[in-house]
Design a protein around this ligand. Structure first.
Ligand SMILES: NC(=O)c1ccc[n+]([C@@H]2O[C@H](COP(=O)([O-])OP(=O)(O)OC[C@H]3O[C@@H](n4cnc5c(N)ncnc54)[C@H](O)[C@@H]3O)[C@@H](O)[C@H]2O)c1
Length: 274
């Protein structure tokens, strides 16, 4: 068979293009945990792509700040206060939305320790936010996407979803579940026009990382530890929230219409390079 570029489609006359752009309804993107770090960068980038942003955030002040920043930059954003670990809170948040086109399940919390040091309370805490919280958002969002016959979900997993990283017992458990939930949703809703993928970042410099350093190391130890964390990535540094947001923007765009049921490493070489 002769390979080559597909034939170039003839463009619609300009007048018809304008009409179809005007008649397209506003695209709404829900981003959880967009008050900080990666989630905030994702919300800002999706707003730049002309999506109307709905921020689901437990830290109301931080969520308001992100929404105000987007509005000041000319975008559309609003906060719906929500604790994703609480069923009623998530139900009520999605009840306020008539429809949504994109769901970015970003909110998550960190945990350090092995199976011996991880207390039953810590295991519950991580499960309630990172696993059940994501389940809640999927549970209340997917029916709206099914009704619309289209939708796009991006879940924040981690390289910990599939690598054995030391002292990350509960966190790895939760991110493994994110990977599995991603594949399950992608499979079950492929015929409903819903795409679902996940992103597996290596270390990204956010308050998540700074909080970990503050909690576990003295002021004197922190610079050395920061260097160590940076050098863990073969590329020699941590990622930036904006780099992750760029990948989310691509996955939620029309250009990614053939991509579903995939996990994308964005990790400075952690997974594949030695
Ligand atoms: N930073 C990294 O190195 C890294 C690496 C891999 C994966 N991730 C994942 O990326 C996501 C974002 O990480 P980040 O570094 O930006 O974290 P972050 O701590 O900077 O931000 C997380 C946000 O989620 C919100 N949140 C926490 N619990 C919530 C709840 N119950 N309901 C609603 N909102 C809640 C927080 O208030 C915060 O605004 C997380 O899922 C994390 O596991 C981060």
């Amino acid at each position: 068979m002769r390979m080559g570029h597909p034939p170039i489609r003839r463009r619609k006359p300009l007048g018809l293009q304008v009409i179809s752009i005007l008649s397209r309804s506003v695209s709404r993107a829900v981003v959880t945990g967009a008050g900080s770090g990666i989630g905030r960068a994702i919300a800002v980038e999706l707003a730049r792509q002309n999506h109307e942003i709905v921020i689901l955030e437990v830290d109301e002040a931080a969520g308001e700040e992100s929404a105000a920043f987007i509005q000041k930059s000319g975008g559309s954003a609003r906060l719906v206060p929500c604790d994703i670990s609480q069923t009623d809170s998530v139900r009520s948040a999605f009840d306020q939305l008539e429809s949504l086109d994109i769901l970015v399940n970003n909110a998550g919390i960190a945990s350090v320790g092995n199976v011996e040091t991880c207390t039953p309370e810590e295991m519950d805490r991580i499960y309630e936010v990172n696993v059940k919280g994501m389940y809640h958002c999927l549970h209340f969002a997917v029916p709206k996407m099914v009704q619309a016959g289209r939708g796009c979900v991006v879940n924040l997993a981690s390289v910990a979803s599939y690598l054995g990283i030391s002292e990350r017992f509960a966190y790895s458990m939760s991110k493994g579940a994110v990977l599995s939930m991603t594949m399950s949703i992608a499979r079950d809703y492929i015929d409903s026009g819903i795409r679902c993928n996940c992103i597996c970042p290596g270390r990204v410099h956010t308050p998540f990382v700074d909080g970990y350093l503050e909690k576990n190391y003295s002021e004197q130890e922190r610079p050395e530890m920061f260097k160590k964390l940076s050098e863990w990535q073969p590329i020699g540094r941590m990622g930036t929230p904006e780099e992750v947001a760029g990948l989310v923007a691509y996955l939620t765009s029309e250009q990614a219409s053939f991509i579903t049921g995939s996990a994308f490493e964005i990790d400075g070489g952690v997974t594949n390079l030695r």
